[in-house]
Design a protein around this ligand. Structure first.
Ligand code: FAD
Length: 424
């Protein structure tokens, strides 16, 4: 195979590549679009490794709008279109200690969305939460007493494989082509008007992205979308385009047990009767209910001490769970004392370390969408809408329920977002 020509080539079939192709094709049905991925099928990158919780609890208004709109649309897929994406409104609960720095932010959030504060009694009566950790652990580990809680109700869990499958099937139906098992080895920067001299493009020549080099041959398109998340710098650094992200390793441990199963399905904190996604007061250790697996997925947003190195296929570190996480979790949640790790995996956040909002910007005929900073599933639909608005040169991104953001807000040169104070 030598050269194939398209109107648009999207690199990456994670949630961002799928939603980008979806909204561009919806608005431009005649375009010939290809989605390329090095994996054998869609959603095998960070999308498939995600903890896949959703929340609209964000301090940045932009992040809030991106999240709230995506949640609305996912709810529409599940409820009105009847397509099961495993969406459950379990709630997103923060357990708080005296003077917790999250409290003022959470109080602000309660003005934007559905939330509820939880008193000591309600937490205690639930029977699964130990408000006062044993004195020896509290002294050694600095664990404090829980004095209350806060729950976001427009929050919960979703199945990223099913969500991705929805967009994938829609794209197939609309005639979008997929090229799997196709690694893009490089992006070729070329002169707009070729002179056929060696060494082109010269400094003074107008430049364009000419093609994508792959083992199947060159793929040529008028416009390219790079939706490769943490892999973006691998493709963009060689052509001098900065994607403004760092990779941050994140791990998930699946934990099961009889007590855990009981706790999982007997909760009165939210309408779903499933124990909420819960953030413990110490070091952002979290528990994500996984009813499909009758377990909890436990993770942590560790920061200082967790380096920015990157491996294509990282391993979860069992020792990290045994020496860092379990002590914290069983001090507050006794059901974890008789539990076992039944699975584990790891991935990366494409971390925008400055303001923790996504990036969607254009350089030449190339659009880059990255920097989802650990919440790309729950904002995926809106990021796709933003890519489409940029492709269509629209000033505003139309989100659901008449929400709008300026397309340039997520860009680089006219970026206009607040720094996010809530990254997990
Ligand atoms: C442990 C963990 C927990 C998380 N928890 C949550 C959560 O609870 N909620 C939430 O909303 N988000 C969460 N996230 C973040 C979320 O998973 C990401 O933000 C989201 O999946 C990013 O989607 P994406 O499409 O940009 O990237 P990806 O899904 O990684 O897609 C990029 C695609 O590009 C392909 N690709 C890369 N390089 C090339 C190349 N050279 N040629 C061809 N193809 C290429 C990859 O194969 C991949 O399929 C979590 C992430 C991790 C790691």
């Amino acid at each position: 195979m030598s050269e194939i020509r398209y109107d648009l080539a999207v690199i990456g079939s994670g949630i961002v590549g799928l939603t980008s192709a979806f909204y561009i094709k919806k608005g431009n049905p005649d375009l010939k679009i290809v989605v390329i991925d090095k994996q054998h099928t869609f959603a095998q990158g960070q999308t498939g490794r995600s903890a896949a919780a959703f929340r609209d609890l964000f301090s940045s208004d932009t992040n809030y709008n991106l999240a709230a709109s995506s949640i609305d649309f996912y709810s529409h897929i599940q409820k009105e279109l009847g397509y099961d994406i495993g969406m459950r409104y379990t709630g997103y609960m923060f357990l708080l200690t005296e003077g917790n720095e999250k409290l003022p932010v959470l109080e602000e959030l309660s003005k934007k969305t559905r939330t509820r504060t939880l008193g000591r009694d309600e937490l205690e009566n639930n029977g699964n939460i130990k408000l006062v950790p044993d004195r020896d652990v509290s002294e050694i580990m600095g664990l404090k007493e829980i004095v209350g809680g806060f729950i976001g109700l427009n929050c919960g869990i979703i199945e990223p494989d099913l969500l991705s499958k929805y967009y994938y099937e829609e794209l197939i139906h609309m005639g979008v082509e997929f090229m799997f098992n196709t690694p893009v080895e490089s992006i070729s920067l070329e002169p707009f008007d070729k002179l056929d001299f060696p060494g082109e493009p010269f400094l003074w020549q107008k430049k364009t992205i000419g093609s994508l080099k792959t083992p199947r041959g060159d793929i040529v398109a008028d416009t390219y979308v790079v939706a490769t998340d943490v892999w973006s710098s691998e493709l963009l650094d060689p052509i001098g385009i900065d994607c403004h992200i760092r990779p941050k390793k994140r791990q998930v441990f699946q934990v099961s047990g009889e007590e855990i199963e009981k706790m999982l399905f007997s909760s009165r904190f939210s309408e779903s009767e499933i124990f909420p996604f819960t953030v413990l007061p110490s070091n952002s250790v979290y528990m994500r209910p996984a009813p499909r697996e009758k377990s909890f997925w436990v993770g942590v947003a560790d920061d200082i001490g967790r380096d920015f190195s990157f491996q294509d296929d990282p391993m979860a570190e069992r020792r990290y769970y045994d020496y860092n996480i379990i002590q914290v979790i069983q001090s507050y949640i006794p059901a974890f004392s008789n539990s076992r790790v039944t699975g584990m995996w790891a991935g990366y956040y494409s971390y925008n370390t400055i303001d923790m909002n996504p990036y969607v910007f254009q350089t030449l005929n190339l659009i880059v969408a990255t920097g989802t900073s650990g919440s790309g599933i729950l904002k995926g639909d809106s990021v796709g809408r933003t890519v489409a608005a940029l492709y269509n040169q629209e000033e505003y991104v139309n989100l659901t329920n008449n929400r709008k953001i300026k397309t340039s807000d997520l860009g680089v040169s006219e970026r206009n977002v607040d720094r996010e104070r809530f990254v997990l």
